[in-house]
Design a protein around this ligand. Structure first.
Ligand SMILES: [Ca+2]
Ligand SMILES: [Ca+2]
Ligand SMILES: [Zn+2]
Length: 535
């Protein structure tokens, strides 16, 4: 019987040529449409489809095989299941975090039709698309703001009711004046409205080119509802919410209320819409923001170069990290049982992780294994998977993606004000061909993550292995339990008895040698990760 089965498998292998009998499948994606392995893209720096040096939406669609080729077993694709596109709406700046039109695509990036096409192509591959939604402020070039300022300059007419005496509406008769936070008092975070002789100021927490919206204004909320509906209808699966701690500067209550309203609004339009909030703040504030019901808040305390993950990898503090992951996981579930953690190593506002990890390949792989195997939705910032560097000015952190060292096809220009752009020693093409590369490691870890729901949805319990350098925890989901074990140390360890009753699902080598599970112990070489399944 066994031989017959083997023969059948062999024939199937010969017929389809690729699929192994025990091939991992993407078991995670089918469970919850909000739960994905995300990839953050700065569109301008990713892939240029038309040769103008600026990355574009068509370029992303052309590179979908790199992002997810629908075959979890291939070594030529990252197998990410979600994309976060940094702002794509028209804007006067290179980064586009100051929007001039919420219902369009910046022409540098393409058209609305390109966006719809990209979303459809992604959907066909089971890849979700979320877009940056910048609601704290608009551009000072937005028509709403320009109109409001010209009315403030014109002053108020004598008429009451809706009937304005001026040919263009006066300050009293222009609804857009109420869209922003204007004040007669100059105060911190405000900028003078030009042409009003110091009579008017506007709230602009980030920069004079970014006037803060008055999010209490019902007309503004109605507009936001229209914007959310517009993009969900065009094919977006959700939104990355920019600057949520600045919605109501200094009022966590205000921020939480608005986030709750926004979450209800989006989910009222599309039940499975996914929202992830930029919560660049401390743990307790993040936990309180989860009370809004938002799906995810970015896990800033674990992320960034001085956050828990990179610090633990650099200081070989494994057991403390396991306890932190357990505590954080429990705290999130307490605030909101449906919360989805959102760990990352870095993003477009932070120095790239390779620098903080001393450009040490073993450490880069180790940090990747830690965040990619945490519960929730990990967010990979484009270029992290090939070890790009970049720090200092923001432009340096958003540099041109290196597809190949020898082929310029699709190559973008880096932001023009970057003052230090370093090249990687190997691009995508070279790293795909090298089984020891960082990129191939990302592919391997994502394959494990996407095929094991208990890793992603699990409830975490730290395990004490007796080694300070070892980060070990179990993650349980329904009937299944997995153990994730990282040896962050520079010495091999042998852990006796803890993993009796487990089998080794994946032994990942970050440096030299692979983890091994025997009757006696779990052997972990320096910088390595084992993922085990409870039998
Ligand atoms: Ca282009
Ligand atoms: Ca604000
Ligand atoms: Zn008037």
């Amino acid at each position: 019987m066994k031989r017959i089965i083997s023969a059948v498998i062999l024939i199937s292998l010969l017929l389809c040529g690729c699929v192994q009998a025990s091939a991992p499948t993407d078991a995670v994606a089918a469970i919850d449409p909000r739960v994905r392995t995300y990839y953050e893209i700065f569109v301008a720096s990713f892939y240029d489809s038309d040769g103008d040096g600026v990355g574009d939406l068509k370029g992303i669609e052309e590179k979908l095989d790199y992002l997810n080729d629908k075959n979890l077993n291939s070594n030529g694709s990252l197998h990410v299941t979600g994309l976060w596109l940094m702002p794509i709406m028209p804007s006067p700046t290179y980064h586009k975090y100051d929007v001039t039109d919420y219902y369009s695509v910046d022409e540098e990036y393409g058209s609305l039709a390109d966006f719809e096409s990209l979303c459809a192509a992604c959907r066909e591959r089971g890849v979700s698309v979320i877009i940056d939604l910048v609601l704290n402020h608009t551009s000072s070039e937005h028509e709403w703001f320009k109109s409001a300022c010209s009315s403030l300059r014109a002053g108020e007419c004598e008429n009451d009711g809706d009937d304005c005496a001026f040919s263009t509406p006066c300050a009293k008769h222009n609804d857009y004046v109420g869209y922003y936070n204007f004040s007669n008092v100059n105060q911190g975070g405000y900028t003078a409205v030009s042409g009003t002789n110091g009579g008017w100021y506007y709230e602009s927490r980030f920069w004079s080119g970014m006037p803060d919206l008055n999010l209490d204004n019902p007309s503004v909320r109605a507009e936001i509802e229209k914007i959310v509906e517009f993009w969900l209808e065009k094919g977006a699966d959700g939104f990355r919410l920019d600057a949520v701690t600045s919605y109501y500067t200094g009022s966590n209550e205000g921020n939480t209320e608005f986030l709750a309203w926004l979450t209800d609004t989006a989910k009222g339009i599309k039940r499975d819409a996914y929202l992830v909030a930029e919560t660049w703040t401390d743990s307790s504030t993040i936990l309180s923001l989860y009370e809004s019901g938002v799906d995810s808040c970015f896990n800033f305390p674990f992320s960034q170069n001085d956050g828990s993950i990179i610090s633990a990898v650099n200081t070989q503090s494994g057991s403390a990290l396991a306890k932190s992951i357990e505590r954080w996981n429990a705290a999130l579930s307490f605030e909101n049982p449906d919360a989805i953690d959102a760990p990352f190593l870095t993003n477009h506002d932070n120095g790239r992780s390779a620098g903080a990890l001393k450009r040490d390949l073993a450490l880069e792989k180790q940090a990747a294994a830690v965040y990619l195997l945490m519960p929730g939705n990990p967010f990979i910032y484009y270029g992290e998977e090939i070890g790009m560097t970049g720090s200092g000015k923001d432009e340096n952190k958003r540099a041109s993606f290196t597809w190949s060292l020898s082929d310029d096809t699709g190559l973008t220009l880096s932001p023009k004000d970057a003052d230090r752009v370093e090249t990687v020693s190997a691009g995508v093409a070279e790293q795909l061909a090298d089984k020891n590369s960082l990129l191939r490691f990302y592919i391997e870890v994502i394959r494990v993550r996407n095929s094991l729901p208990a890793v992603v949805f699990g409830e975490v319990a730290a395990l004490d292995t007796g080694f300070d350098t070892v980060c070990a925890y179990t993650s349980s989901y329904g009937e299944s339990t997995v153990a994730v074990v990282h040896n962050l140390g520079d010495e091999a360890v042998e852990i006796p008895s803890t993993f009796e009753g487990y089998s080794l699902y994946a032994g990942l080598s970050c440096g030299e040698g692979k983890p091994r599970l025997s009757k006696e112990n779990l052997y972990l070489p320096p910088n390595s990760t084992a993922v085990l399944e409870k039998r």
